[in-house]
Design a protein around this ligand. Sequence first.
Ligand code: ARG
Length: 659
Amino acid sequence: MHLPKQLSLRFADALKNLTDDVTYASMIRSTNDPKFGDYQANCAMPLSKQLGGKKPRELAAEIVEQLKVDEFCDPPEIAGPGFINLRLKNAFLLDQLRAMLVDDRCLVSKVESPRRIIVDFSSPNVAKPMHVGHIRSTVIGDSLARTLRFLGHEVITDNHLGDWGTQFGIIIYGYKHFGDPEQVAKDPVPELAKLYRLVNQLIEYRKAKRSTETLAENIAVAEVELSACQQESESISDPKEGKKAKKRLASAQSKLKSAESQLQGANKKIAAVESDSDLFAKAEAHVNVDEAVLQETVKLHQGDVENLRLWEEFLPHCKNEINRVYDALSIEFDHTLGESFYHSMLAGVVENLEKRGLARDSEGAVCVFLDGFDAPMIVQKKDGAYLYATTDLATLSYRLEQFHPDEIVYVVDTRQSEHFEKLFALAKNIGMEDVKLVHVNFGTVLGEDGRPMKTRSGTLIGLEGLLADAVDRARQVVCNPDRIMKIDPPMDAAEQSEVAEVVGLGAIKYADLSHHRTSDYRFSLDKMVSLDGNTSAYIQYSFARTQGILRKAGWSEQSVTSIDPSICEFTHPAERALALLLLRMEEALATVHQDYAPNALVDYLYETAKAYAVFNDNCHVLKAESEEIATLRLALVTLCGRVLRLGLDLLGIRVIARM
Ligand code: ARG
């Protein structure tokens, strides 16, 4: 049930004689305060402006006269400058609750025209362990896929693994120069990760060494700029000009600060290597490490027998490593077509673009120049190597041919926005305009200090360790002896482990999904596993409470199949408020799809759990005043449990019956 949609159909009818523009009919919002009804239509004000003449309140009265909503609502009220307040009839709400009891979709209807949607998500570069940055795409993509599928779309998920890029050049180089074949054969995953880290550190060291001079110059320039700004702002007396100068001063200050911190970062990397004699010796012996790594990658791509053999040997181990994380998080894909899968198609992509006159040679590289972009899209480098963009073009063609999607959703970091803008623009130029292409971008996971999350040694924090930490922390919170003692019958060790796992892993997913995807967020395990506030533990606990009440009442979920609206009435506002929220699941899910933003579902679940807490505090279920009241309340408890469980499931989060 999507009430605003139903109501806007009625408004469209009522507005027929006033306007053809359907946007006015859809100006219906839910309210935060029951004083203003449950929903509010705001069309009278802008429409009166548009039509001229009539005052908004008069227009609102005219609209209300034409409006037929009496099977849903009490007579509409006009408020303030011309708001139309709509309050749902209690009988209607009770009717809906009754329908919901026998509907396994919580009254969420399937979309009328299902689309075939490919969700490209997670897609880590393998060869290095997954880190905290990989949470976002994995969790957002999985939740979108689940939600779209539930809404009735045909969803195809594809993990576009980075299994063919420089990262393999890195481990091949590492293996050849520092690897111990016996050790790698015995314990491949940590050995390869070690080699990756070592070579990466050597590369970073070289880069840092090379950059210090430029960075020092940048600082000098920034210092000159700053002192000029300081002098300027001291000499200005006009307050308006003074304000502007102050702004310039602040910007110069922040420029200097950032240049200094960049140099600091580079020096830290240098010191880390130089303070370790063994590492320093390696760095000195491998001055051209970055160039050499690229060479290994090129050789792999050109079919070098040795490198191909090593790649084939290493890849399954790398996949095992990431599959462990997917297993822990219960993430599945329909397809895992990594970059290597498209390798043989890349020459054809470039040829095709050249044939169409879209790509041309520029300083030895093959480039596509696109309107509206400063830099071209490079599809083949001077040395013959293909790029990320080339692979994405091949992937796009393959997907269109193979799957005929209506829509492809790429769940990828905001930093790749330009890449996708170019890819989508080019797709249009080559006749792929029927498919809707969406870059579902997202921000960065920050540490508690507000900086990108790193370990003390400066590497990104491994995802597997983080998941284990979350489970541990959850165990301390939910399975502490004080809490456990109160649970009857007592939880055995196996149940405690299950609870810790479900709460800990849920916490990580929920915390990520609770922020709008485009904002950065601070990763704080303590906050995530808390039982209070907008956390998965709070929602899971609310669910467990519903189950506890049903257990105590001796009801199974199935036993509540009907409430008789002729004898049932709301006897407390908390019942009505909860009922109203329970009917709003579809609205939340529609927003998730519209904005590709799972936080709309998170917000909804949090609101619902809070309404449930108020209901719990105010409305006795087991000691209700009458049997009718008890039945209605048990129905609300049952439905609330179902809504919370379904919602969490669409976020990829499990529930437990007691905690
Ligand atoms: N492997 C890429 C990375 O880690 C993300 C790939 C996203 N998908 C795509 N079709 N480009 O940055």
